[in-house]
Design a protein around this ligand. Structure first.
Ligand code: SAH
Length: 297
């Protein structure tokens, strides 16, 4: 499935299939830009600060953030050549990387919206005989006995492990960077099959037509927090409200009456308690000596 998703991002415009927060309203990226600038000051305003983004999509979030915090030292971690071209159109001076490891050393603030959920998960099923790992073999699922260390859940339970996400936050923490992760997922680790595929805006079978659908899985924020020091997770509506989503939307709406209704609707969509507002969570990976950052009070 890892390769199927890479093939999907490399060949499709994922934004034809679903809408993400930065695509909904420019205020999202602007708030994150203001947040990053504040964090930079908390770090002592180092001259050589790197502003990075993982999985920047079409580059909209960064373009919006840079209006609030203009800076040149921008690094993108992006595997899709097609999306890199879109990002280059919006942030031409950025530097691109396949992986976090090649981003130069130095103080860094990293933003990531809906990045971790695009990384492949390992899936395990509890059978009578013990845990088995699920693999895709010739278009079908097969279970093979596994020695992976998992809780003693009831037979039939499914567990997911996102090793890519764990490795990513560990590498970030090891270099003393600050990382802001916004993604879909529960507050507590749990059981359940959360792998889903969206194809042309509709739910699809994750195993059908590999490379044609966007495959994601819920992010297990509690597992990330067990792996590294972090603030949160908090719900997206609490985070964005604390950062001034509604005030900024109002000011923008007053200045652009033609866009006012659109802006207000988008702010509402990002914070609706029954949808994006509470399903999406925000986690900040940062050094243990950091004061509580805005949005995490
Ligand atoms: N942050 C954007 C895009 C989210 S879609 C937004 O909110 O609109 C997921 C993004 O992660 C895409 O840019 C995709 O190409 C990228 N991506 C997925 N897997 C990746 C990987 N293993 N390494 C680097 N980038 C990856």
């Amino acid at each position: 499935m890892a390769r199927a998703n890479a093939a999907y991002y490399a060949t499709h415009d994922p934004f034809a299939d679903f809408v993400t927060a930065p695509e909904l309203t420019q205020v999202f990226g602007e708030l994150l830009g203001a947040w990053a600038k504040y964090v930079w000051r908390v770090m002592g305003a180092p001259d050589d600060i790197i502003l990075a983004e993982a999985g920047p999509g079409r580059g909209v979030l960064m373009a919006d953030a840079l209006r609030v915090w203009p800076m040149r030292n921008v690094h993108f971690i992006e595997s899709s050549p097609r999306l890199r071209a879109e990002q280059r159109a919006r942030v031409p001076f950025a530097t691109w990387h396949e992986r976090l490891e090649t981003v130069p050393p130095g103080p860094m603030i990293l933003l990531a919206n809906e990045f971790l959920d695009a990384l492949p998960v390992r899936q395990f099923v509890r059978r009578e005989s013990g845990w088995c790992e699920r693999f895709v073999h010739e278009g079908a699922l097969v279970d093979l006995p596994s020695a992976y260390d998992l809780p003693d859940d009831p037979v039939g339970s499914v567990r997911e492990v996102n090793e890519g996400a764990l490795d990513f936050v560990r590498a970030l923490a090891a270099r003393g960077a600050v990382g802001l992760f916004i993604d879909y997922g529960p507050m507590e680790s749990g059981v359940g099959d959360s792998v889903q595929a969206i194809r042309a805006g509709e739910y699809a079978d994750p195993l059908a037509a590999p490379g044609e659908a966007d495959i994601t899985a819920h992010v297990d924020f509690a597992a990330l927090k067990r792996a590294v020091h972090a603030q949160g997770p908090v719900k997206q509506n609490r985070f964005l409200s604390a950062l001034g989503l509604f005030e900024r939307t109002d000011r923008l709406a007053q200045a652009n009456p033609a866009k006012a209704q659109d802006l207000r609707q988008s702010a509402h969509r990002l914070t609706e308690p029954e949808a994006m507002g509470s399903l999406f969570k925000v986690l900040c990976v940062c050094p243990p000596d950091f004061a509580t950052l805005p949005g995490f009070e």
